[in-house]
Design a protein around this ligand. Sequence first.
Ligand code: DGL
Length: 269
Amino acid sequence: MQQAIAMLDSGVGGLTVVKEVMRQLPREKIIYFGDTARSPYGPRSSEEVRLFTRQIVDYLIQYQPKMIVIACNTAAAVALEDIRQHVSVPVVGVIHPGARAAISATKSGYIGVIGTDVTVRSGAYVQALRRLSPHVEVISQACPQFVPLVEKGMYRSEETWSVVRESLASVRATPIDTLVLGCTHYPFLTEPIQEVMGPGVELINSAEETAREVSTILQDKNQLAEKDDMPVHQFFCSGDQEMFQHIAKEWLGDQIQDIPCIWQVPHIY
Ligand code: DGL
């Protein structure tokens, strides 16, 4: 049986990372868990997010994945180290890849980071960015209204455009030239966010850099899928399967068109 890359998020957000992993590594099998019943994680305590992340990893690990990708900034911000100590396979988060991409993009050294309350409060991006470039100025802002809209599939609605406009008003008034989408749900809102921020601000979606890191690690360990591997992806969610499947199919589109996928709602807690 082909060993999978296990990926997780509080809901549909991690699919933005899945899409990029599928694009860069089309022969890899993906097992994804979206904790849609308990989304959003952003307003929760760090302890709760750590516990939820551990529960999902304990579930996914029975499939003996070759790697775990925490495709959720909120979980990565507070649980990455815990999970690394807990499992024996490589664990990749999305914050360091996002920070690397932001540092290579910025010219002015003024970087904005938008994310959930937990992510912003954790200071994980500020630390990751300053480790790479000590003098960078970081402007952080939590956008708690974004994730529930995306989970409801409302990423194109009028209401969403006005929420994005209001939420980003203060970030827009700063001199940043780079804005990190520090939550994997936010690439669903790329269009309104780019429109509000204007053409002078480059949006950073950590998915591309994360997928590159996944690829490098697998290559180093000689664990990339074989030429004739035919992946069957597995998608799990804990809540409304219909909505999850609808968003996943719409977002992943061509990437899963010709590939068999299994959809399930397992009871893991
Ligand atoms: N997609 C997640 C993140 O990257 C979690 C959002 C949430 O559940 O609040 O932070």
